[in-house]
Design a protein around this ligand. Structure first.
Ligand SMILES: [Zn+2]
Length: 82
């Protein structure tokens, strides 16, 4: 997988806020935010996810999307996702 560094993440968060990212790209950013205190403090992770759910709710059930994101974060943190 592609790991975003902080600069890359901040650039993509801007696109994300304009709903221009795919769910996959969003997941990559979310993982970085979950693992990076610097970015997490810049972009409140919970608000970010909540906003994402609203934006993508027409494409995927919100709970399913949230589960998807959280499952991915947990897998990355456990070192199981590659
Ligand atoms: Zn970062």
């Amino acid at each position: 997988m592609t790991e975003f560094d902080c600069q890359e993440t901040k650039r993509h968060v801007h696109e994300f806020l304009h709903n221009e990212l795919s769910v996959q790209e969003l997941a990559d950013i979310t993982v970085h935010l979950a693992n990076c205190d610097s970015c997490e403090s810049d972009y409140d992770l919970e608000n970010t996810i909540n906003g994402t759910i609203e934006k993508h709710c027409t494409e995927m059930p919100p709970q399913e999307l949230a589960d998807n994101i959280m499952a991915r974060i947990r897998a990355i943190q456990a070192g199981e996702a590659h």
